[in-house]
Design a protein around this ligand. Sequence first.
Ligand SMILES: NC(=O)C1=CN([C@@H]2O[C@H](COP(=O)(O)OP(=O)(O)OC[C@H]3O[C@@H](n4cnc5c(N)ncnc54)[C@H](OP(=O)(O)O)[C@@H]3O)[C@@H](O)[C@H]2O)C=CC1
Ligand SMILES: Nc1nc(=O)c2c([nH]1)NC[C@@H]1CN(c3ccc(C(=O)N[C@@H](CCC(=O)O)C(=O)O)cc3)C=[N+]21
Ligand SMILES: [Mg+2]
Length: 284
Amino acid sequence: MTATILDGKATRNAILDELRVRVAALAERGVVPGLGTVLVGDDPGSHAYVRSKHNFCKKIGLNSIRRDLPAHTTQAELEAVIDELNDNRDCTGYLVQLPLPGHLDQGRVLERIDPAKDSDGLHPVSLGKLVLGDSGPLPCTPVGIVELLRRYDVPLAGARVTVVGRGVTVGRPLGLLLTRRSENATVTLCHTGTKDLAAEVRRADIVVAAAGNAGLITADMVKPGAAVLDVGVTRTDAGLVGDVHDDVREVAGWLAPMPGGVGPMTIAMLLRNTVEAAERGLRA
Ligand SMILES: NC(=O)C1=CN([C@@H]2O[C@H](COP(=O)(O)OP(=O)(O)OC[C@H]3O[C@@H](n4cnc5c(N)ncnc54)[C@H](OP(=O)(O)O)[C@@H]3O)[C@@H](O)[C@H]2O)C=CC1
Ligand SMILES: Nc1nc(=O)c2c([nH]1)NC[C@@H]1CN(c3ccc(C(=O)N[C@@H](CCC(=O)O)C(=O)O)cc3)C=[N+]21
Ligand SMILES: [Mg+2]
């Protein structure tokens, strides 16, 4: 068997078409949503991500607002930029590119973002709403994963899902999303303390690999026909490598590859959160 590819780029493009229509409807009412990015330091990977976010804004008619700060920026200087974006009427949503340089307190920075402008869905208020089942911005990568599975009709209700990784941006919030009544999956979250990772993965109808450990998931660990989504990204001299070994393609029923799977969906959901924040602002 060769897996059906869950094509994140094609799906992202379909979502961008849908967003373009919503942005045009907002424009008719005099609202142009604007996505802000805050980037500290000169990591080339982070610069590339931020650049591509701004390019996609242009493609769907969003304004974008860019704040690039030097690596030696102080906590107070960064907080002043956060306060400015919170007050900036042109900025309907924004994100602080992670990770921040080690001398900055990431938690304090994220908490200072106005929750109404949280495009990432990673503010403590947004995560709290997710736990409570209240509506609000959802974390981009987890909601992108759910959206990708839905658009390919991968069955979720009753499915056994094994998520490898309990990180705050992917694994942990994904577990919360998938166990909502609307998804109804049964979720196992794995981490470095998991006793028998291979056994947990082998039971799964859906495997989400979000560990950041290159080639961790191999074909012998995957139940034939399972859906496998590769989220992890490891930078090597040979380029970016995912958590899922190439041999998985021969046993999986569906595969979201890295690159070309979940990554593009993350950006699509970031843009959707920004448009939705502007729509909510109109209703409020
Ligand atoms: N494609 C995309 O759109 C995105 C990709 N990413 C990528 O996804 C990955 C996860 O991101 P994030 O959640 O922020 O990362 P974290 O570093 O916060 O979390 C990684 C998790 O993986 C677990 N883990 C690591 N190695 C193993 C192992 N050998 N066996 C079992 N569990 C393991 C860790 O366990 P423990 O808790 O015990 O340490 C931890 O819970 C990263 O590679 C990141 O670059 C992130 C965001 C978006
Ligand atoms: N505040 C914040 N929010 C984030 O969402 C966030 C972050 N910080 N810091 C870094 C991680 C990582 N991340 C990715 C987004 C897109 C791709 C993506 O589009 N990847 C392409 C490949 C990109 C390439 O080739 O360089 C793909 O998978 O096809 C990957 C990873 C978001 N993150
Ligand atoms: Mg690979």
